[in-house]
Ligand binder design. Structure first.
Ligand SMILES: [Mg+2]
Length: 274
């Protein structure tokens, strides 16, 4: 089903002009995982080489410092002040794993747990200094990650400690428990209830407590519009063009789709000039 982006941020099916008869099965070779990984090359290169990426990240963490100072100056509270951040692509860069799957013609989770155990992910530009500044002012960081407590516990702690992130201990690094879905909402709300939240930092819409886990494009779009005033003050977003819930949403969060099916869906969402 082809889709078009229209006024009011809604996604609607395009008209039937694309509905041509399917080509004969033998007309083209199937799109392979290697082909699909080629789509990841530009996004990974941008993250690994561009100063534009570094500037966006630095901008976010410079702004964390401003928000910490602002909160301390303007808000009186007896509660502990906290920042809630995500793990991958928010504090730790996992892009060398993306380059690994491109190079090896593989896909997640092949090699992922070994990569985590290696504790080699570089910090996101500006993250250590921004969060350390917060810590120096008594504002603690909580890492709410979907990394799994049974398989990724030690490698995550080791990686964060290695680069000098603050508050790296079992209290502050909150993993996904065994059998828990990759929905962070309850963990986020539990922290908000107990402490005074200064700001959330993430690279995925689900790193923010907006209730959009596994929701559709339209629902995510509505949640964004409804939360517009909080971006830059309560919520700070980092760029991640390599993967995330944005991409899974295109597949309606289905797992196990072939590379060919995934590619077809991606193409159908392209809004084209005609
Ligand atoms: Mg992330």
């Amino acid at each position: 089903m082809a889709c078009a982006f229209v006024l009011g941020m809604a996604y609607v099916p395009a008209q039937a002009e694309d509905a041509k008869p399917a080509p004969a099965a033998s007309a083209a070779p199937q799109y392979t995982l290697k082909d699909l990984n080629e789509q990841l090359v530009m996004a990974t290169l941008w993250v690994q080489t561009s100063v534009e990426y570094r500037a966006l990240c630095q901008q976010v963490y410079n702004w964390v410092k401003v928000l910490v100072d602002k909160d301390l100056a303007e808000v009186k509270t007896d509660k502990k002040r906290i920042i809630i951040v995500d793990g991958d692509e928010t504090t730790i860069q996992a892009n060398t794993y993306e380059a690994f799957v491109i190079d090896k013609d593989q896909e997640y989770p092949t090699g992922w747990y070994e990569w985590v155990a290696s504790a080699t992910g570089e910090p996101i530009p500006g993250a250590v200094e921004g969060l350390s500044y917060a810590a120096s002012k008594g504002v603690e960081t909580y890492y709410v990650t979907n990394r799994k407590i049974d398989k990724e516990y030690q490698g995550t702690l080791d990686n964060l400690k290695k680069f000098g992130f603050p508050n790296v201990d079992p209290e502050h690094v909150i993993y996904r428990q065994v059998g828990q879905p990759d929905d962070k909402l309850q963990r986020q709300l539990d922290l908000e209830k107990k402490y005074h939240l200064v700001v959330y930092v993430g690279d995925d819409f689900n790193d923010f407590p907006l209730g959009t886990h596994k929701k559709s494009l339209d629902e995510r779009s509505k949640a964004f519009v409804d939360s517009k005033d909080k971006w830059g003050s309560r919520y700070l977003m980092l760029p991640n063009p390599m993967y995330g819930s944005w991409e899974k949403t295109l597949n309606n969060n289905q797992v196990g789709m072939s590379a060919d099916e995934q590619n077809k869906i991606r193409r159908q969402y392209l809004r084209k000039w005609k």
